[in-house]
Ligand binder design. Sequence first.
Ligand code: MG
Length: 372
Amino acid sequence: MKITSIEIHLIRVPFDMGAAPRAFAGMAWTSVDSLFVRVSTDEGLDGWGEGWGHVACPATSAALSGIVAPAFIGRDAGDRAALMLEMQRRFHLHGRTGPVAYALGAVEIALWDIAGKAAGLPIATLLGGRPRELQAYASLLRYSEPPLVAAAVERARDQGFRHLKLHEERLDAVTAAREAAGPSTWLALDTNCPWSVSQAIEQARALEPLGLAWLEEPVWPPEDRRGLARVRAATRIPIAAGENAMSLHDFQGLFEAGALDICQPSVIKFGGIAAVAEVVALAKAHSVDYEPHCFYFGPGYLASLHLAAAFAPDLPFELFFGDLEASPYHDAVRARSGRLGVPAGPGLGLEPDMDVIRRYRLGDAVVVGGSS
Ligand SMILES: [Mg+2]
């Protein structure tokens, strides 16, 4: 089963976060960009992957079309593990994270989709699990002002979510969220690497009365595993991180340092499904839980659902909380009463609606190779 072409569709979908957008992490948060990647074969099967992400999508698209995709044309889509190892080695000097690595991960996810379709099985089943319903947590954007945070929490609760994650830094904002959510709501806090180690310890201690499920990425820089371990040792709040780890060996360092209670590899940043599965196994050996990082809504979101169904069925799953104008998967990706179904069809289990892709695509699709 030879790979004949790789298509890249960069889409931009506006969304409403229920308040005036707050810029953070270098983005304005009025729309979400997403890179949909289709790998086609000479046997008529094709698969979808996604490459990280957001404002970096054009860089990933260029790395994929200019460097990575041509190397896959004519290769055996069914020889996934060996092919990916070959390509990881071939392109390693362009960086073990960044656009080339994101491009490789996009292709890897698409090859799993093809494998599932060839076998007639969902990816969750190929991973040793099965499609199932998952508890979702609403992953709120940053609102900063306490009344806005409280209003967002109330909107999420009105939609049926009893599991919420904030992206806030201010203690008064987190306090307002807890008061709005009530004591029984599961509440986690993602800070996106703002603090020094000593600041993070001080903040964690101040946050302890708020009953957080975890504190995510409290330390700058994200690779400071010893600093993160010092924070973890100084607080009762479980520590989560890993969306910015670049390799299995990065996670090994985090685990050996005692830095984590929960690891969060991001499938579209991290090289794809098999790479995440390796982290899950290593995490188990260090008594660390696995939670997918999933702040996206394309094929990488579906891949994360299958990984969670196989490896994290009892933990709440991250779901971007913003009212998207449209999705190529329509309502299949929306939570109902705070719960999500993992698609049970072969591969990723859903095909994107090409009308939606075309409507929201920025420019033409980029195609490498010929048609199948
Ligand atoms: Mg995060």
